[in-house]
Design a protein around this ligand. Structure first.
Ligand code: F3S
Length: 306
């Protein structure tokens, strides 16, 4: 049986970077606990591993007793970051570079005199952080009909999107805003990591005899990934850990594909591969992009977007 691990399986670049930075900071803290503002990731086994090396999540800055605080990939409001510095904490800023780009974009748009629109979920931590960089009139729009509060004849509107916004919904909002202003500046700040992962999984699932999708049953992006794979490969199974694998799934199977949700760490994927090897997986193609390659691709992408 041939096993193929998808190129885009597991963490996106931003999450990978944040986890690496947290482990590194913990190593440098010499046994002292360090803190993250909110959990770095919605994956309990990974949070447990981080806690074992002294990375403790807290909800608020006033719960950090001292030392190092790590800002997660969603980012935080700029006042919180400043507050951490004022308290004398060592700040490890693991905000994803794509999120930082949105924060910088809204700051620039408001400086240029735009009414700033952020298309996204107003209560999401990423959006809360982005909004803190706006100086002046602004609105978070959840969708095309959410126009209340945007003056009808606005001179200049600048619009950005939450990084995980669906492109079709962003386009719908842009069309609505066109009718409200003389000048519209659109900065497409959508991160395509999710879309790339899904299309990669769809292609892979169509070329193998069985597909495993690894990730939390409560992870919406993993469930979506499993659903996409199941549409093209009925022998698709959504598992949280290697223990759930049933050898009966692989009767008459020559090839198995493995992919994983954005909150699934590499070590959980590796455990699945070990189990597949034990069940007759004699060749393994690991197509996962290395962290270095991912970092290089992101730097290239960001350079092009400047
Ligand atoms: Fe991940 Fe950053 Fe995109 S956290 S989903 S690479 S915005």
């Amino acid at each position: 049986m041939h096993v193929v691990i998808a190129r885009e399986a597991g963490f996106c670049f931003g999450v990978k970077l944040a986890i690496e930075q947290a482990f590194e900071a913990a190593g440098q803290a010499g046994g002292q606990a360090i803190h993250t503002l909110g959990p770095l990731i919605h994956n309990p086994p990974t949070i447990q591993k981080l806690m074992q090396v002294g990375v403790v999540p807290v909800d608020r800055l006033d719960q950090v007793p001292g030392g190092t605080v790590v800002i997660r990939s969603h980012g935080v409001p700029k006042q919180i970051k400043q507050g951490a510095k004022d308290l004398g904490l060592d700040v490890v800023d693991a905000t994803c570079p794509f999120v930082t780009r949105v924060q910088n974009a809204v700051a620039r748009l408001s400086k240029e005199g735009c009414f700033v629109v952020v298309v996204g979920d107003a209560s999401h931590p990423e959006v809360v952080g982005i909004v803190s960089h706006i100086v002046g009139p602004h609105k978070v729009m959840s969708g095309r009909d959410d126009l209340e509060g945007i003056p009808v004849q606005t001179r200049k509107i600048g619009v950005v999107a939450q990084t995980t916004m669906r492109p079709d919904r962003f386009k719908e909002v842009i069309c609505q805003l066109l009718d409200r202003c003389n000048e519209l500046t659109v900065i497409n700040t959508i991160c395509d990591a999710t879309e790339i992962k899904q299309s990669d999984a769809r292609v892979q699932a169509a070329t193998v005899d069985a597909m495993l999708v690894v990730g939390g049953k409560n992870s919406s992006n993993t469930r979506k990934l499993a659903q996409i794979c199941a549409e093209v490969q009925p022998n698709t199974h959504h598992i949280e850990t290697a223990d759930e694998i049933d050898s009966a799934w692989f009767a008459q199977v020559d090839s198995v594909g493995v992919t994983a949700g954005a909150s699934t760490p590499d070590w959980l994927i590796d455990e699945v591969v070990v189990r597949l090897r034990a069940l007759g997986g004699d060749t393994v193609d690991d197509l996962r992009t290395s962290a270095e390659e991912q970092a290089r691709q992101v730097q290239d992408q960001l350079a092009k977007l400047q």
